[in-house]
Write a protein that binds this ligand. Structure first.
Ligand code: ADP
Length: 326
């Protein structure tokens, strides 16, 4: 029998569409199992500052379709100090919260790992980030929605790019991971993706220039992952403008558009499954694990693995993109 009678739930770090579906699933699965649920606002900041409310099933009604997070999110420097984490632990004790479910990205799960070990608090994490950069899961909550948003934008840019016969560099998010840029490029029929994983090995822009971008067409679209490693769309465009003044080059930075919007069916189902699995994991006495999905099966990934390992991109996708962009 598990000793967990009440849990706290929070969202932390960068927001991602589908976080609300995850909050709903965790809350409902917990209440279904007879566990009390506390919603903690503003991530770790609210845990330190006591921004906590008991949740009933109604608190999570009508949110599965909404982007963002009803619990709000924040970045909290104090939680990176031992004193801050001690205050967070005191709050948990006051409310008699036995365990935590943390929904967030790499940074949030790093904090969860440290806090869980320091104070022996059982914590289960859910991968909530549009970047898809957590190891041990095929997909993170929010990635599919962001990818679809990118497609919608690129389709629109393509109309104008074709009409004016321009070369567009479109910058997408990814935080040092090329998943959004690479899969976004394949799905939108772009000519190329410039991603950090490859930038360290070859001069991707140089290769593209050598190949004459797209010889058979007059317009081109290149997706660029935002990262110091790729240099970003602006810098790449400048380079082309200087070296090839004959190209009519334009830049679009998609920015925060990519974080918003109604989650796709895929993200809602993923978040619902993962949220319910978080409660199963706690009842099963799992600690310090992130819920992942591998080959459509729920898996438990130790925090140490999820956050430490660089999740590799599938290099076959690069080859596919290259072959299809002639
Ligand atoms: P994400 O979860 O989207 O990767 P961040 O990297 O901004 O977002 O991390 C979110 C929060 O997680 C931070 O503001 C901080 O409160 C907490 N956090 C991140 N790294 C650590 C760490 N090393 N120790 C303690 N807390 C951390």
């Amino acid at each position: 029998m598990s000793t967990i009678k009440s849990i706290g739930i929070l969202t932390s770090g960068g927001d991602a569409p589908g976080m609300n579906a995850a909050i709903r699933a965790v809350t409902r699965a917990a209440i279904y199992a007879g566990i009390k649920v506390y919603g903690i606002y503003h991530g770790y900041r609210g845990l330190i500052a006591d921004e906590i409310e008991e949740f009933s099933t109604q608190n999570v009604s009508n949110i599965i379709q909404r982007g963002g997070t009803i619990l709000k999110t924040a970045r909290c420097k104090e939680f990176q100090t031992e004193e801050g984490r001690r205050q967070a632990y005191e709050t948990l004790r006051r409310y008699k919260i036995d365990a935590l479910v943390v929904i967030g990205g790499d940074g949030s799960l790093t904090g969860a790992r440290i806090f869980g070990n320091e104070f022996s608090v059982p914590i289960v994490g859910l991968p909530g980030t549009i970047d898809n950069d957590l190891y041990g899961t095929d997909c993170t909550i929010g990635y599919d929605t962001a990818l679809n948003t990118i497609l919608e934008c690129v389709d629109k840019i393509r109309d104008t790019a074709t009409s004016h016969e321009r070369l567009f560099f479109i910058e997408v998010m990814g935080r040092d991971a090329g998943f959004l840029a690479l899969n976004g490029a394949i799905a939108s029929g772009a000519e190329a993706a410039i991603i950090p994983e490859i930038s360290t090995e070859v001069d991707q822009l140089g290769e593209l220039i050598k190949a004459g971008f797209r010889k058979s067409k007059n317009s081109s679209i290149v997706l660029v992952a935002e990262s110091p490693v790729t240099g970003g769309a602006m810098a790449l465009a400048e380079r082309v403008k200087n070296e090839y003044p004959e190209y009519d080059v334009r830049v679009t930075i998609l920015g925060h558009l990519q974080r918003g919007g109604r989650p796709t069916a895929y993200d809602r189902i993923l978040a619902s499954r993962m949220g319910a699995a978080a409660i199963d994991a706690l009842l099963d006495d799992q600690r310090n694990v992130m819920i992942g999905v591998k080959n459509d099966e729920i898996v438990y990934v130790p925090f140490s693995k999820a956050i430490k390992n660089e999740k590799p991109i599938n290099r076959n996708l690069l080859d596919t993109l290259h072959r299809l962009s002639i």
